[in-house]
Design a protein around this ligand. Structure first.
Ligand SMILES: [Zn+2]
Length: 235
């Protein structure tokens, strides 16, 4: 894999995120109670520039802004929990898809269609920061290389764990796999429910959104595409 490919796929660390913070980013770890001393000081634009303020403090401000009492018992640890949760849910920014792929690429022995269906994913819509989640289905026809089957889910996670729109996530998964595998053809379909539609706005409970990315023979040959769509029907 060339340096060029690596640099186009890898996403730089967002400002303020340290390796140490990420190592601590597990969901179930109990956080120490922080003192939200800043809540009683007046707003100071100099001090409150992004980067100077702890993320948990920003979350405490958010909770206060929503009309809650961030000092009551049930909410004391919430800013820290939310920070850890958000860092996990956006950990795709720190993941390097080439590292995920490189040790699991093998020489292709055949050129039959490989279908990996029903890969669960959880992402977060970038417009409302609410979850969207569902399943991804991936197929490819190998040319030179094949990829270990468990890696498809890892690749999906790299792009799902970010602030996303479903269309872009689908394309990014396809782009990364296409660059790594150089296949005869590749197809990615994602189906998702969006909480921003279900909990608010139009409140369409049963709706789901499907986006597709078809490459090579999956784009150019209707029969290949049909074979894939049949294979994932009801998955
Ligand atoms: Zn949304």
């Amino acid at each position: 894999m060339s340096d060029h490919v690596a640099s186009t796929i890898r996403t730089p660390h967002p400002a303020g995120v340290t390796a140490g913070a990420l190592r601590g980013a597990t969901m179930d770890q109990e956080a120490p109670v922080r003192e939200h001393a800043h809540l009683i000081r007046p707003f100071d634009p100099e001090f409150d520039e992004v980067g100077d303020v702890e993320m948990a403090d920003l979350i405490a401000d958010l909770i206060t802004g929503l009309g809650e009492d961030v000092t009551r018992e049930g909410l004391l640890k919430t800013p820290d929990r939310v920070e850890r949760s958000l860092r996990f849910l956006t950990s795709g920014y720190q993941a390097d898809v080439n590292t995920v792929l490189n040790d699991a690429l093998f020489e292709a022995e055949g050129s039959e269609m490989v279908v990996v269906k029903g890969i669960e994913f959880y992402s977060m819509c970038e417009h409302h920061m609410l979850p969207f989640f569902g399943k991804a289905h991936i197929a490819y026809i190998p040319s030179k290389k094949i990829l270990g089957l468990s890696k498809f889910a890892r690749v999906v996670d790299v792009f799902a764990r970010r602030m996303q729109v479903q269309e872009r996530m689908t394309i990014q998964i396809a782009d990364a796999l296409e660059q790594a595998l150089e296949p005869v053809g590749l197809a990615v379909v994602t189906e998702a429910s969006h909480l921003c539609m279900m909990m608010r706005g139009v409140e369409k409970q049963g709706s789901s959104t499907r986006t597709t990315a078809m490459r090579g023979v999956f784009r150019d040959d209707a029969r290949t595409r049909q074979e894939f769509l049949e294979a994932i029907r009801g998955a």
